[in-house]
Design a protein around this ligand. Structure first.
Ligand code: HAM
Length: 420
């Protein structure tokens, strides 16, 4: 029996990889402009990092992690998200000793045992950006602007920014009790998970995907109702800065996000699909995370965008990325000229041109047919007669026009003709 890929994973094939490269190029470019530097952390971490960092009562930790014991008996987890690992790397590599803030980004695969559907996979990719060591609302605003700018540069439209403040530990002393009181009369109608959430982490009930729990929670007190003066001021300033920068947002008091580390700003970038709203990205401030995982208190804010969701939206909105990465020239071998073809191919590549040749010993006719199918603009033909005269033929495929060019001049001619 043929072996297939694991459910919820995907093969990214040529034709699509070019789109990924275009997205990645935009990502590197934008991060350079906003002064963020790339970090690459391992794909697996000690499970403890996510238990403490993401939170034991979150869906991610309770239901979605790929956790296993390695051969040394350690509990290891494939990273379900990037922030906890970046926080760990910040502490472990003593980046707090460098001038602050530290502005980092990374992109790579994440793993969640989610229910696979369009835009929801078990191995998916995030573009993740973090500012560590900055408390002021300017950092929150910059993170949001960067996320929106990235999506706009790729050509995405009709996205909605939802923003909220989930407050600090001081404001949070009030909310759980208010929520418990609110939900106390409705416990029987909540889903099984939410019944335990009421005791362990009632804020999570506001984030439940179950329709009935959502309905019941519609009038529930929200974090925004309980903000302390400092958090209210911080939130107002973030909104003011977004306003100055012309970024429209909807204040959504019910937005709590699915991870426990958030403090103050929380946001999501949503698109509407058959009536339902779905997130292309999200993030917020996490001033308590470093302490939770054993470090000193360091304020931080960041976001992650799901790259599969970006691609899905680009397709649905009929936006094509610049993926012109095809061949510039193909060398067709006629007769006994293989050595000459090899040499010309090497010359072309030395000129920085994308070039290939036939390795299957096909007839000249078959090679020309192949070149036509791949839509390569130029073909260099190495024929025996021409080789004896020290020349090769350069053919423009669109017009059929052919010229003889001295062998040592071929690479330069191809470069000129391809406008490089
Ligand atoms: P998150 O909201 O869990 O946040 O994920 C961010 C984005 O990753 C989502 O908006 C979505 O586009 C994508 N995503 C999540 N799960 C899946 C899935 N199963 N399949 C495809 N795409 C998915 C975080 O992960 C936080 N670490 C963001 C952050 C960074 N907060 C502060 N800094």
């Amino acid at each position: 029996m043929q072996i297939s890929r694991v459910r919820g994973t995907s093969d990214i094939l040529p034709g699509t990889t070019e789109k990924w490269q275009a997205m990645e190029q935009t990502m590197h470019q934008i991060c350079r402009e906003y002064a963020y530097r790339e970090i690459r952390t391992p794909i697996f971490e000690h499970t403890e990092l996510f238990l403490r960092g993401v939170g034991e009562t979150t869906d991610i930790v309770e239901k979605e992690m790929y956790t296993f014991l390695d051969k040394g008996g350690r509990s290891i987890t494939l990273r379900p998200e990037g922030t906890a690992a970046i926080a760990r790397a910040y502490l472990e590599n003593k980046m707090f000793a460098q001038p602050q803030p530290i502005k980092l980004y990374c992109a790579g695969p994440m793993f969640r045992y989610d229910r696979p559907q369009a835009g929801r996979l078990r191995q998916f990719h995030q573009f993740d950006v973090e500012v560590i060591g900055a408390e002021g609302p300017g950092a929150d605003a910059e993170i949001i602007v960067l996320a929106m700018d990235f999506l706009a540069r790729l050509g995405l439209k009709n996205l909605q920014l939802h923003i909220n403040s989930v407050g600090c530990p001081q404001c949070r002393q009030v909310l759980p009790e208010k929520l418990r009181t609110y939900f106390s009369g409705e416990v029987g109608d909540l889903c099984g998970d939410c019944r335990t959430r009421i005791d362990r982490n009632p804020l999570r009930v506001l984030d439940c995907k179950n329709g009935k729990c959502r309905d019941i929670g519609r009038e529930a007190p929200t974090p925004l109702d309980c903000l302390c003066t400092a958090c209210t001021e911080h939130f107002e300033q973030v909104r003011r800065q977004l306003d100055i920068l012309g970024i429209e947002c909807v204040v959504n008091p019910r937005l709590v996000r699915g991870l426990d580390y958030y403090t103050r700003t929380a946001f999501e970038i949503l698109f509407t699909e058959s009536g339902a709203q779905n997130a292309v990205g999200g993030g917020g401030r996490y001033d308590g995370l470093m302490e939770t995982i054993g470090g000193a208190s360091v304020p931080a804010v960041g976001f992650a965008i799901g790259l599969e969701r970006v691609l899905l939206l680009l397709d649905r909105q009929d936006v094509s990325l610049d993926t012109s990465v095809g061949l510039e020239a193909f060398v067709a071998v006629a007769g006994d000229t293989e050595q000459l073809a090899t040499r010309i191919l090497a010359d072309l590549r030395k000129e920085g041109l994308a070039a290939d040749r036939d390795y299957a010993g096909r007839s000249l006719k078959a090679q020309m047919k192949y070149a036509g199918k791949t839509q390569v603009p130029l073909v260099v033909i190495t024929g025996e007669d021409e080789a004896a005269r020290g020349v090769a033929v350069v053919r423009m495929m669109t017009t059929g026009e052919q010229t003889e060019v001295p062998i040592e001049m071929v690479a330069e001619r191809v470069r000129t003709l391809s406008g490089r």
